[in-house]
Ligand binder design. Structure first.
Ligand code: HEC
Length: 144
């Protein structure tokens, strides 16, 4: 009986040491781009009412209006993601620039990211996101 109790204590101590050691050894993962599915869903609602008439229901664009998928990403890749909501808040919708709230601009950005194949995550997107927009999976050329 006594032996068992000591055993448990040793195991608990070992676990604590291992956990502490792991915490020290594991480097913090670099932050990655993230937005939530809720943000994208909210953005989709704003998009349908305020953007789709020009950019197309599926962001395909028209002769006069650029698409917000495909080559669009190449225009913005490598720049801080926060530039996009800042641009939207300043310039879109084209007939009423400045009429979006900051939250709407961020949610619209989340929806545009989703439409371009960026995966949603647990961390919400913020207006001041400094992470540079990476190329999304569908556009990265396959390695051969
Ligand atoms: C009246 C038509 C119209 C509406 C409505 C509109 N846009 Fe635009 N948008 C344009 C045009 C035209 C451009 C081309 C850039 C320019 O010269 O303003 C553009 C450019 C953009 C760009 C930059 C594209 C690039 O390749 O860099 C984004 C992003 C964008 N719009 C998003 C939106 C969003 C989001 C909404 C809804 C809040 C919206 N737009 C509403 C016409 C419109």
């Amino acid at each position: 009986m006594r032996k068992r109790i000591i055993g448990a204590g040793v195991v608990a101590g070992l676990v604590a040491v291992l956990a502490g050691g792991a915490g020290l050894a594991a480097p913090k993962a670099p932050p990655h781009l993230s937005y939530t599915a809720d943000q994208a869903a909210a953005g989709a609602q704003v998009y349908a009412v305020r953007c789709a008439m020009c950019h197309g229901r599926r962001m395909e664009g028209t002769l006069e209006t650029p698409a917000l998928t495909g080559k669009f990403v190449a225009n913005w890749a490598g720049r801080p993601v926060g530039d996009l909501p800042a641009y939207l808040a300043r310039a879109m919708p084209q007939f009423a620039p400045g009429s979006l709230t900051g939250d709407e601009a961020v949610r619209l950005t989340a929806f545009i990211l989703q439409a371009n194949g960026y995966a949603a995550g647990a961390r919400p997107l913020g207006a001041a996101e400094r992470i540079n927009l990476p190329l999304p999976p569908p556009i990265v050329a396959p390695r051969q």
